[in-house]
Write a protein that binds this ligand. Structure first.
Ligand code: SDX
Length: 428
């Protein structure tokens, strides 16, 4: 017998079904509420509202659990690689060797981008933030692949767009960096693996033999795995809503990149480093900045702290914190802001304000320290997040389309003026 919930309103009792997921999460299905009562629900920021049923990623915020298609991220970060995790998220199962080899070959085949993209890239001033350049270049793929404009085309057409995105985003990301620093772009070296190929496009210089540091490549691959999906976060919900209008996958992913850019979301990894640099320049007084974060009259927030879902700890932050120690030690990098970050975490975890509000380091708190040690500039941190999140966005877009979900269109409660007649200008 399926459970139900009752809502009593205006003397009426409305019975609504309760749905339950495979991890015993429950939701009241209100899809018929307005039809039965004329009333809607209200939930700014959708803090209590589910938008879909999904089989891709499972989070448990209280227990700090994150699994992709049932596999724990610690297990995947330790034993898998980013391309394999991308296949898992998008197609729902770990690939056989044959499937993996075919997938890898297809991605490698499509790493080049049309030369005309350089004309678009050159139109951006060098001060452009790489996230704005990347979202534009990804959207420009609709021009080079007009068949993608109809997302209802054949499965093979969608699969080709998916491969093109996975293959070309790293190239476009590296090109956005090279454009910013005034260097010539590098073409993809397809003899390398996914992350090594990206690193060489980022840091390779003409007439120099660039050798990828395997420590950096491995650490970057692990970071990309940890960022690969996170159920219905802001940018993924954006990708789903844009895709629900039957816009192309390139337009949907471009929208996701823009949503991720915000400092409350993926842009936090850049904001964390800027905050830690500010604390360092100010003499390293973490208490002063904790007090600022607690002061309601001060807009300052402890960037990299807090999470909508995780109320104990972000499992990704735990893995990245350990990786930060390992990678900096292996690279022989002694970065004082790592100590400032640890001191800030220690102080916050012993401060009632943060403990009461269950504010712990999130995925963005330590990731920037590793990117920095790799030589990746701060403005590229959120681009790294986008590269990691790409397979998750793709998987969620694909699930939404395959389930033929309706166009996303929330309702509202109107609080403006009641009807009033037009008043001619000379009588106002
Ligand atoms: C990501 O959703 C995802 O899954 C996102 C992500 C993913 O993988 O896709 O995990 C990636 O975006 C991580 C979050 C990165 N953002 C930041 O680090 C920015 C700093 N964090 C906050 O802005 C905030 O914690 C959010 C945005 C992450 C969550 O905001 P919520 O859930 O809307 O919480 P809230 O703003 O309502 O805060 C609740 C209380 C408030 O205080 P009170 O009104 O109760 O007194 O906690 C306070 C807030 O003022 N608070 C903070 C704080 N975060 C929340 N106070 C100081 N510093 C902070 N960082």
């Amino acid at each position: 017998m399926s459970q139900t919930a009752e809502i009593k309103v205006d003397g009426k009792t409305i019975e609504l079904p309760i749905i339950e997921g495979t991890e015993n999460e429950k939701a009241i299905d209100i899809s018929k509420l307005r039809g039965q009562s004329g009333i809607i629900t209200m939930d700014p920021g959708f803090k209590n509202t589910g938008s879909t049923q999904s089989s891709i990623t499972f989070l448990n915020g209280e227990e700090g659990i994150l699994r992709y298609r049932g596999y724990d991220i610690a297990d995947l970060a330790e034993n898998s690689n980013f391309l394999e995790v991308s296949y898992l998220l998008i197609y729902g199962a770990l690939p056989t060797q044959e499937q993996y080899d075919k997938f890898q070959q297809e991605v490698t085949t499509h790493t080049m981008v049309h030369e005309d993209i350089k004309n678009i890239l050159d139109g951006f001033p060098s001060i452009s933030h790489p996230m704005g350049v990347l979202s534009s270049l990804i959207c420009s793929l609709t021009a080079f692949y007009p068949n993608s404009l109809n997302p209802n085309r054949s499965k093979s057409e969608i699969d080709l767009s998916i491969i093109r995105l996975l293959a070309k985003l790293p190239t476009l990301a590296a090109w956005s960096y090279k454009h910013k620093i005034g260097h010539p772009v590098n073409y993809p070296d397809n003899s390398l693996d996914y992350t090594s190929r990206f690193l060489k496009m980022m840091f390779g210089l003409p007439a120099e033999q660039y050798e990828v540091d395997p420590v950096v490549a491995k650490a970057l691959d692990q970071l990309l795995i940890l960022h690969a999906d996170h159920e219905q976060n802001c940018s993924t919900s954006t990708v789903r809503v844009v895709g629900s209008s039957h816009a192309s996958i390139y337009a949907s992913i471009s929208a996701g990149i823009n949503a991720l850019w915000g400092p409350l979301h993926g842009g936090a990894n850049q904001a964390v480093i800027e905050m830690l640099e500010e604390i360092k320049a100010d003499g390293g007084d973490t208490k002063k900045f904790l007090d600022k974060a607690k002061d309601k009259n001060d807009p300052f927030r402890l960037m990299g702290f807090g999470h909508r879902v995780y109320k104990n700890f972000d499992p990704r932050a735990k893995i990245i914190k350990k990786a930060a120690d390992d990678v900096l030690a292996k690279l022989g990098v002694n970065d004082p802001i790592l100590d400032i970050a640890k001191g800030l975490e220690e102080a916050a975890l012993n401060d009632d304000y943060f403990v009461e509000r269950k504010l712990y380091p999130n995925v963005d708190f330590y990731s920037g320290i590793i990117y920095r040690a790799m030589g990746i500039p701060t403005e590229m941190f959120t681009v790294m997040f986008a590269m990691g999140r790409l397979p998750g966005w793709i998987a969620q877009w694909k699930e939404m389309r395959e389930n033929n979900e309706p166009i996303g269109r929330p309702r509202q409660i109107y609080t403006g003026e009641n009807e009033r007649p037009y008043v001619p200008m000379n009588k106002r």
